[in-house]
Design a protein around this ligand. Structure first.
Ligand code: TXA
Ligand code: MG
Length: 323
């Protein structure tokens, strides 16, 4: 059972837990979030473990102020206009990710864009006190409804997290609107707490809506964009000349000494650590220019299922839309 503490008395403990790499459920004006320090890969991996998410969707980074926001994303004039008008609030912006940021690759799921939001109230205060952005999906088990009260969070996730910060019922009760901002154009990825009409009025720009019915699925589909330039060979038991090796655990595939480069997701065979390293290791090996990255078998239990899901998408033939 998680402890449930009133928001104004919970901040110190929440910050201490987050600093230790733990998860904390926090209230926001939209829905409750399941928060981790966005710069700590293993903490972010715990989110997927706690939610039983079968795959790595990218997460929203919740910031305390614009200085923090600018460390992780690039804001053009249009994005600035939206933040002036709607932040803090129920609007998430998908923006180019800043080149050098401390954000874990698991937050963006390897994408070059990042979803950023400045929430109202105690969530914002906790990010400020931590001094780091909070990665937080809605605080519900995968496939279940979002939670809008501390009791909802307790019912769904109470046995998996140490603390729920109770801010009362969420004021808005639906998730944030997700808007992609690129080169002066706006695309709605998910309708939510801020209306499209208000966004069009504030910016004087039309919002592109994805064809009806697709908007809700769209973020998840975009999430699957990232694939390395190199080809991937999974469940490899043998390495050939010139291939790069993505290793796991203590025992190497045959011919590993022939590999152009080796990076180990987790020498100890720890799936949490492996998840935290997945995207950064793939990027590193890809940048070395190997034609093929071979991947040692990864057990399909726990987070291993999400790791294998992502790897099989990255290995799939290119140019085929994913479902
Ligand atoms: O109101 C909310 O937005 C709540 C509170 C806790 O902030 N959070 C929330 O998170 O609803 P989540 O993880 O349930 O939904 C976030 C959505 C996912 O569909 C994800 O695919 C999308 O945001 N997303 C995140 N990063 C993205 C990116 N770089 N490009 C496109 N979509 C992205
Ligand atoms: Mg959700």
């Amino acid at each position: 059972m998680a402890r449930i503490i009133q928001a104004d008395e919970a901040v110190d403990e929440a910050v201490t837990l987050l600093e230790g790499g733990n998860l904390v459920a926090i209230p926001t004006e939209t829905v409750y979030g399941l928060a981790a320090d966005a710069t700590n890969g293993e903490a972010v991996a715990r989110i997927f473990e706690a939610k039983d998410r079968p795959r790595f969707n990218p997460l929203i980074a919740h910031v305390a102020d614009m200085a923090m926001a600018r460390q992780i994303a690039v804001f053009d004039d249009l994005a600035e206009k939206l933040t002036d008008k709607f932040w803090p609030g129920a609007l998430t912006l998908v923006l180019p990710a800043a080149q050098k940021s401390q954000i874990s690759g698991l937050v963006t799921a390897g994408l070059k864009t990042i979803a950023v939001r400045m929430p109202v109230g105690v969530a914002r205060l906790i990010a400020a006190r931590l001094g780091k952005p909070l990665a937080a999906p809605s605080a519900n088990p995968s496939g279940k409804l979002s939670a809008t009260t501390a009791a909802d969070v307790e019912a769904g996730l109470g046995d998996r997290i140490p603390l729920i910060v109770d801010g009362g019922p969420a004021r808005i009760g639906v998730e944030s609107t997700i808007m992609k901002v690129e080169e002066d154009s706006l695309t709605l990825l998910r309708p939510g707490g801020v209306s499209v009409e208000d966004i069009e009025a504030a910016t004087g720009r039309p919002v592109r809506r994805l064809s009806s019915g697709s908007a809700v699925e769209a973020p998840g589909m975009l999430a699957s964009h990232y694939a390395p330039d190199a080809g991937l060979r999974l469940n490899a038991v043998e390495v050939h000349d010139g291939e790069a090796l993505l290793a796991f655990g203590a025992i190497r595939a045959a011919g590993a000494d022939r590999a152009k480069a080796v990076m180990n997701l987790s020498p100890d065979g720890n799936l949490l650590e492996a998840a935290a390293n997945l995207f950064s290791h793939l990027h590193r090996l890809d940048r070395l220019g190997a034609r093929i990255i071979v991947v040692e078998p990864i057990p399909d239990r726990g987070l291993g299922a999400a790791i294998n899901d992502r790897l099989s998408r990255a290995a799939a033939p290119r140019g085929v839309p994913e479902t």
